[in-house]
Each structure stands twice: as C-alpha cells, then as structure tokens.
Unconditional design. Sequence first.
Length: 181
Amino acid sequence: MTHPSFQSLAQAVETYYEELRRFIRQRTGSSSIAEEVVQETWIRANATSTALPDNPRAYLYRMAGNLAVDHLRRQKSWEKSVCFANGEQDAYEGTEAEELPNASVDPVEIAISQQELAALNAAVRELPEKCREVFLLYRGHGLSMREVATLLSISEKTVEKHIARAMLHCRSRLREVGRNI
C-alpha cells in the first residue's frame, strides 16, 4: 500500500483527521475527548522537528492512542481528587495508598501553579479577539467545536484552527515560565 506524500506530520494529521477522531471515539466512547485528543495530536505533530516517519498514518495512530490513554488517566486522577475533596473517600476504599492524591500541599507546588495560571491568563488575553472567543467557548465553557461554529456562524475548520493557534500560544507561554510541555 502506498502512502500519500506529506511535507509535515501536521499535514498528515489534517489528512487523517476524521479517521483518527473515529478511532479515538471508539476507544474512549466520547466525541469530545476524541476531538481534544486529535487536536493535541495535531499540535504535537506541528511542534515536532523530527523527521517524517516512514508510515505517518501508523505513527499518528500510535501518538493519538497514547494521548487518549494519558487523557483518561488525568481524568481519572482528577475524579479521585474531587471525590476526596468532597469527603467521598468510600468511593475509593481498597485503593492502593500510592494511587491516592496527596492530602498535604507543597507550598512550592502552589507557587508554581499560581505562576502557570498567571501565564495562561496572560496568554489568553494576548490572543486575537476571535481566537480568544473561540478558545474560551471551547475550553472555558465546554462547548463542542460544532456548537462553537454554530454559535459564532463560522466553519468547524475555522474553529479548529483558532483552537490550535490558542493552544500553541498557551503552550509557548507555559514553556517561558519553565513548564516543560
């Protein structure tokens, strides 16, 4: 089987976008997670300086699959933290101690988190108006790309591009404050 010729890995993501989204939706059971994971795949593909692999499609499937697993792990960890914060320890009775969130909060971690939050807030304020509006509707209000497109009377592709631009900008600002993403 011959593979299309790509100039970049990001171009390959754009070509296989729908295919990757269906693949991740089947693995996670969620359209919104699938959209986020494929967006993250594009962002990482766009930011990489490595040589184009021999089989970009297989490489992207692996990358997207790994990102989906990471996403689900973060979500599970967050859900555990919320349960413990709400006093619902019984929900995780029998869970190994090393899997539980640490109840003691390190002041250094708090300072780092506050610095990262300030950098993210500044990054979002720096975005062009339309890009910021799209990003906040999608990430801040949890609307789907289709809902944002409908609400703002723009195409889904335009929404995708705004979100990708915003995420790249935010990632760049976090790197500037020492966060290695």
